[in-house]
Write a protein that binds this ligand. Sequence first.
Ligand code: T3D
Length: 272
Amino acid sequence: MPDPTPSSSQDALIQVAQRGTVRVLTLNRPDTLNSFTQDMHAKMRAALEAAADDSSVRAVLITGAGRGFCAGQDLNDPGLAVDADGRPDIAAVIEANYRPLALRLQSMPVPVVCAVNGVAAGAGANLAFCCDIVLAARSASFIQAFSKIALIPDCGGTWLLPRLAGRARGLALALTGDKLSAVDAERFGLIWQVVDDAELQAQALALAHRLAAMPTRALVATREALDASSSLSLADALSLEARVQGELGGAGDFAEGVAAFRQKRPAVFKDR
Ligand code: T3D
């Protein structure tokens, strides 16, 4: 498997580019709206791992090539696992591909921005919802396409939809498989912001650069604390805040942030 370095070629399944301290990963099967094959999953895992392991990377930006963001699983992928009866072994596909993808995105050691440039369907929509901050082009849309092929939402959809949009909206989206406009996705709380199509990539990159200049360890700890809170009592969440704050308070970025404030200068954060 080729190393997904920042120099990857234009026809790579995942294009990898370095823009300063931001690693840009572009899903690149535009003829099938960037739907995922086994091969593409492997490249995506490798690209995320490489970004996580590279201390010069301080934010990741994920987007899609062409008119779509991602149409989820490639339903024609000949590489799909089959069970003993020759039927698609969907459980194996999920365990091997979508589970690690969702968990990796939600545990990246740097913030992850997603720029949804077009339709995001099935696992493609939930991939976006796994990211930390999601911008979408005004023309983009989100479809929980699973019910149309007699499946349930995966890639974290059953967990993410009720948490982001609430049970009523999350369940209705999953049951109907209706297309949701980017504007409504923002209104439902599924994404952060809709931007004009022509502005999407520039605004997403600017946001990723802004996050990259911030105290990475504190941003990642913030994500972890928010995610943990749903299964904690208030008392336990307060204890977690105290513990994490204690750890961050002993780190270089806190000293730098306070010094910069006192000296009335911009802080230069370095921890990761
Ligand atoms: O193993 C497992 O299956 C388990 C894993 C499940 C995870 C999942 O993600 S399940 C959900 C899979 N995704 C879908 O069901 C979405 C299927 N696609 C669509 O419903 C539509 O394509 C869209 C609503 C996303 C977009 O519609 P439209 O009209 O803008 O585009 P189109 O013409 O349908 O698609 C353009 C091309 O992309 C077309 O190819 P063609 O005819 O030009 O050669 C279409 O076949 C191809 N394409 C789109 N989505 C997929 C796909 N090819 C393979 N797999 C796809 N998912």
